[in-house]
Design a protein around this ligand. Structure first.
Ligand code: SF4
Ligand code: FES
Length: 250
């Protein structure tokens, strides 16, 4: 396949970026989108040009690093698929492909397609964990029975890979789907109950401090989420938040 690429190039966080044109030939339809970007970078390096900076790690749809806006969609055109799992056969010979970084105030561009997603880490640090007694008397997690329906829902929420596509897809740059998946994953389990109230209050508070927008029920987050995280998690987080707010006022 021969393709035209329009790729966002930005030297650093303070410089003004712009879309630059590249032509690439002989792209295998069996290569992944990232392998196509590798091919482009090898050609740029051979010519003495600066390669395009982009994030990636596992290339297996697990780590959530491959954050690219492809033709206006986070992770590109295929449903429930990360950029690293997207194949070039989804495009046609002669296509023009736009490649841009996530766009959100809380995700400043660091270089080219790389954005800083520390804000999501700080939301997790605010409460996305269960404190465990490691004194030697730790209770085996399997000793506490969990209803099957709750275990399944908790597992589904836990498949969120923290990629930030939900934020990038949302016109308000809201992180509600991500935060609600992390809240739900623990709220559904007995082990998560002890810290449940502080967790949801602190995580939502941190989400607001980081500059993510508010949810206005557009639903683009769930539409573009590569892991199929459901809007039901947002409804659950809102219930958890309301109940925690009321009891903290008593
Ligand atoms: S909810 Fe989906 S889109 Fe948002 S961070 Fe998690 S996996 Fe990515
Ligand atoms: S590189 Fe890990 S999810 Fe894409």
């Amino acid at each position: 396949m021969d393709l035209k690429l329009k790729i966002w190039r930005q030297a650093n966080a303070n410089s003004k970026g712009e879309l630059k044109d590249y032509n690439i030939s002989d792209v295998s339809e069996d290569s992944s989108f990232l392998e196509m970007m590798d091919q482009l970078n090898e050609e740029l390096i051979e010519k003495g040009d600066e390669p395009v900076a982009f994030d990636h790690d596992c290339r297996e749809g697990i780590c959530g690093m491959c954050s690219m806006h492809i033709n206006g969609e986070p992770h590109g055109p295929e449903n429930e698929t990360t950029t690293c799992q997207l194949h070039m056969r989804k495009f046609k010979d002669g296509d023009t492909i736009y490649v841009e970084p996530w766009r959100a105030r809380a995700f400043p561009v660091m270089k080219d397609l790389v954005v800083n997603r520390d804000a999501m880490d700080r939301v997790i640090q605010a409460g996305g964990f269960v404190s465990v007694n490691t004194s030697g008397n730790t209770l085996d997690a399997n000793a506490i029975p969990v209803p099957k329906a709750n275990a399944d829902e908790a597992f589904n929420a836990a498949t969120c890979i923290g990629c930030g596509a939900c934020v990038a897809a949302c016109p308000n740059a809201s992180a509600m789907l991500f935060v609600s998946a992390k809240v739900s994953q623990l709220a559904l389990l007995p082990q998560g109950q002890v810290e449940a109230k502080d967790r949801v209050l602190n995580m939502v508070n941190q989400m607001d401090l980081e500059g993510f927008g508010n949810c206005s029920n557009v639903g683009a987050c769930a539409e573009e989420c590569p892991k199929g995280i459901s809007l039901e998690n947002i409804a659950r987080m809102n219930r958890e938040y309301l109940s925690a707010s009321i009891s903290s006022e008593k």
